[in-house]
Structure formats: structure tokens, C-alpha cells
Design a protein around this ligand. Structure first.
Ligand code: ADP
Ligand code: ASP
Ligand code: MG
Length: 403
């Protein structure tokens, strides 16, 4: 019998009523398939646990953080299994170490690299429904690890890969992947099909609906993903390979971020090695630098360097720059109130004039562009955060995404 992997996100298991609904969905699939379930923690639980760790220590141990935050998934999985048992099914919860699902890499941000199938296969053959904790694994020191925020998506894809699942369905609180966050723009439209490449860009650029690592894994292993709502039974979005798509849109989606910060170093020496001396200590401390611009130097001696980072890294970044004797500048400026707006679409490869249209649409709304970065299938601009909604609206209209 074919296997389907069903993943339920935090809001889908956010209350007892919702968990009962999830058990209904699972039992319907069980009529036709062997079902493997992956669940996130009930919504809000992971955030609460993180807050608790911060109250204990601002330097809370990474290894203990993983033990702590992984506990949310244990609760939701047990409740789902309990409800299925109540309904007369054979079901049980599985923590990652019980399978085991092995990970490598640092705590808080590990990657799944191995999964032992035997126990689950045996259980499926006995007619059981395994409910597996997302987001967690165990490392070679036999310690619990987690795989990054939103990581249950990646757990689901890995399970789909190892069990050669017929389908992998991501159940969430919206009807699928939309042209932009439907909670930010009412006019957003559900996308029927989207390529891995576009979904990966959208996820990396702020569309929270899928976690980026999960899309990378799906793409590498050619796993089709369906994203759909656990609240209403409607067709969702298929994430698949580019050749499966018939799409005549230039732009597929638009994203925005809300937690970027801009750092500018005014009056840095214009000579080789200066940028490296600034970014090396940042990368050593695992601070991700995103957009970078360096002005041409007017006098040949000094220039200005601007880059963006995640807001939560701002204090660390300031400290590193101020304390590093090798970094010389006249003034350090930083700003939290910025948002990165990106348009994404494989259609832009073959269509000239997309950049112009984006800039003109923003200019018409008097939105100033602070930094620009591009790749083959996306253009990102940094704007004042207060313009986020206006920019999304203008671009959504310009590229006819509401049609
Ligand atoms: P889950 O708890 O199911 O993992 P998430 O909160 O991680 O759900 O992701 C779903 C949310 O992603 C939606 O509620 C929506 O606000 C947000 N989102 C952002 N961009 C998009 C988009 N382009 N399409 C759909 N949802 C999006
Ligand atoms: N519960 C974890 C989180 O909130 C994992 C997930 O939701 O996928 O990040
Ligand atoms: Mg999620």
C-alpha cells in the first residue's frame, strides 16, 4: 500500500478542537493509504519555551535549548495519537531518538542526515499510524537536537524521501502558497503550482509558509509537495519541478521581511581588503550578512559601506565592529525600521524591463529604494518599513498578480 506523509503545523494543532479535526483528516487518508504523520508543537508553545530560556539566562546553553524547545512536539504528537486511539485506530507517538532520526551540525540548527526506517515500516505493516515529532533529531552524542525554526517542514520532506512517499502534504493555516502573504494583503491569490526554485527564493526572502531547507531537500530529491489548509477542504498549491509548470506570469510571488536591520559604515578606507576585514569577524560569529552596497569613492580615499542583517543580530554586530581595531570608519549608522521587498519569478529570465517596472511602480508611490540586490529569478529592494504594505500593493498590481 502507498505511503502518504501528512505534516501539521502549529496552528493546525493549536487547540484540542483542532487536534480532533486533524485526527479526522488523518483517519480519512487511512482508508486508502499507509499514513505517516509529522507534527509541530501547538502554536505559541515553541515561542513560550524560548522566552523561558531567555529568562533563565541571556546565554542559555544551545544544547539545553534544543532539549527545551523540542518538548512542544512531544505534547502535540501524543495528543494526536491519543485521539486516534480514542477513535479506534492503532496509533502511537515517536520521538526522534526512538526512530532514530540522526542529525549533524550545531545545536539549534542541525541537519537530518540519516533515518532508520525499520521500526516504522514494521509498525505500518501492523496497521499502525505513527505520529512523529517534527523539528527534532538526535546527534552522535545521543543528545537531542533541533533543526531551525519552522523545521517540521524539513522533517516531513526527509520522511517523504526515506519512505518514498506517494504524497507529501503540508497542512497549514492558509489554503496554500499565495502570491504574497494573504495575512498582509487581502488581494493575494492562491498559486496553483510553483517551481522549487521560486518557492525556495520566496521562503528565503520571507514567505514563512514553507521553511527554506525543506524546499532544498524536496528539490534535490524531486519530491512533490502539496500545501493546503487543515481548516477548509480545498485544493492547495503544488510545489514541483519547473518542467511540470505551465505559467505565463512574469512574476510568481512577492515577499516582504519585517526583521531586517541596516548598518552603514561612513568613511571607511577605500583600499583592498577592507570589506573582508569587516565581514570576516561577522561571519566568524555566524552573523548572516544579506544585502551589501559600497559607494564609489568620491575622493579615491574613503567610501561608505552599507549592509543588512537580521535585527536580532544588531547588538552583536555593533559590538564586533566597535571593538575590532582593524575596522576604521568615521561614523557608524544603523536602522531597524527597514523591510526587504522582493519580486520572484522564473518568467523574469526571459522578459526584459522587469527591473524598470518594479522601480517605476515604487517611484509612483513615492517609495524610496535604499539598497538593491538581484539574482536570476528575483529582485529585492530595501525600503522604509512603513512603506511595506504600499509597496506590496503597488507591485501586486503592476505585475497583475490579482488577475
Ligand atoms: P505552520 O504553523 O502551519 O507551519 P506558518 O505560520 O509557519 O504555519 O506558515 C503559515 C503562514 O505563512 C501563514 O499564516 C501566512 O501568514 C504566512 N505566509 C507568508 N507568506 C505567505 C505566502 N506567500 N503564502 C501563504 N502564506 C504565507
Ligand atoms: N515548533 C517549531 C517552531 O515553532 C517547529 C515548527 O513549527 O515547524 O519553530
Ligand atoms: Mg511553519
Amino acid at each position: 500500500m502507498k505511503i502518504v506523509v501528512l505534516k501539521f503545523g502549529g496552528t493546525s494543532v493549536g487547540s484540542i478542537e483542532k487536534i480532533k479535526k486533524v485526527a479526522e483528516i488523518i483517519s480519512n487518508y487511512k482508508k486508502k493509504y499507509n499514513v505517516i504523520v509529522v507534527s509541530s508543537a501547538m502554536s505559541g508553545v515553541t515561542n513560550d519555551l524560548i522566552k523561558k530560556s531567555q529568562k533563565i539566562s541571556q546565554n542559555f546553553s544551545d544544547a539545553e535549548y534544543d532539549v527545551l524547545v523540542s518538548s512542544g512536539e512531544q505534547v502535540s504528537c501524543s495528543l494526536i495519537a491519543g485521539r486516534l486511539i480514542h477513535k479506534g485506530f492503532k496509533s502511537r507517538s515517536w520521538l526522534a531518538w526512538q526512530i532514530p532520526i540522526l542529525t549533524e551540525g550545531a545545536y539549534k540548527n542541525s541537519r537530518i542526515n540519516q533515518l532508520y526506517k525499520n521500526k516504522i515500516i514494521k509498525y505500518l505493516k501492523e496497521g499502525g499510524i505513527p505520529i512523529i515529532t517534527g523539528f527534532q533529531g538526535v546527534n552522535d552524542l545521543e543528545r537531542i537536537t533541533t533543526i531551525g525554526r519552522g523545521g517540521s517542514d524539513a522533517s516531513a520532506i526527509v520522511l517523504a524521501k526515506f519512505f518514498r512517499a506517494h504524497k507529501c502534504i503540508i497542512y497549514t493555516d492558509v489554503e496554500g502558497v499565495f502570491t504574497t502573504d494573504p495575512n498582509k494583503l487581502k488581494k493575494a491569490k492562491k498559486i496553483k503550482m510553483i517551481s522549487y526554485e521560486e518557492m525556495l527564493e520566496m521562503a528565503s526572502l520571507g514567505a514563512k509558509v514553507m521553511q527554506p531547507v525543506s524546499i532544498q531537500d524536496a528539490r534535490l530529491n524531486r519530491i512533490d509537495i502539496e500545501v493546503k489548509s487543515s481548516f477548509v477542504n480545498k485544493p492547495g498549491t503544488l510545489i514541483t519541478k519547473r518542467t511540470n509548470l505551465i505559467n505565463n506570469k512574469i512574476i510568481t510571488g512577492i515577499t516582504s521581511t519585517h526583521n531586517d536591520a541596516k548598518v552603514s559604515l561612513v568613511g571607511v578606507k577605500d583600499k583592498p581588503g577592507v570589506a573582508a576585514s569587516i565581514f570576516k569577524p561577522l561571519s566568524k560569529k555566524s552573523i548572516n550578512v544579506d544585502m551589501v552596497v559600497q559607494n564609489i569613492s568620491a575622493n579615491g580615499k574613503e567610501t561608505d559601506l552599507t549592509f543588512t542583517i537580521k535585527s536580532e543580530d544588531l547588538n552583536k554586530t555593533k559590538k564586533i565592529i566597535k571593538e575590532n581595531k582593524n575596522i576604521n570608519f568615521r561614523r557608524l549608522l544603523f536602522e531597524k525600521g527597514v523591510s526587504k521587498i522582493s519580486i520572484i519569478g522564473v518568467g523574469m529570465i526571459t522578459t526584459p524591463g522587469v527591473t524598470f517596472r518594479m522601480f517605476q511602480a515604487l517611484a509612483n508611490k513615492k517609495i524610496n529604494i535604499q539598497v538593491i540586490s538581484t539574482s536570476e529569478i528575483k529582485i529585492s529592494v530595501l525600503v522604509d518599513k512603513k512603506n511595506t504594505k504600499k509597496a506590496l500593493e503597488a507591485l501586486h498590481k503592476e505585475f497583475k498578480l490579482d488577475k
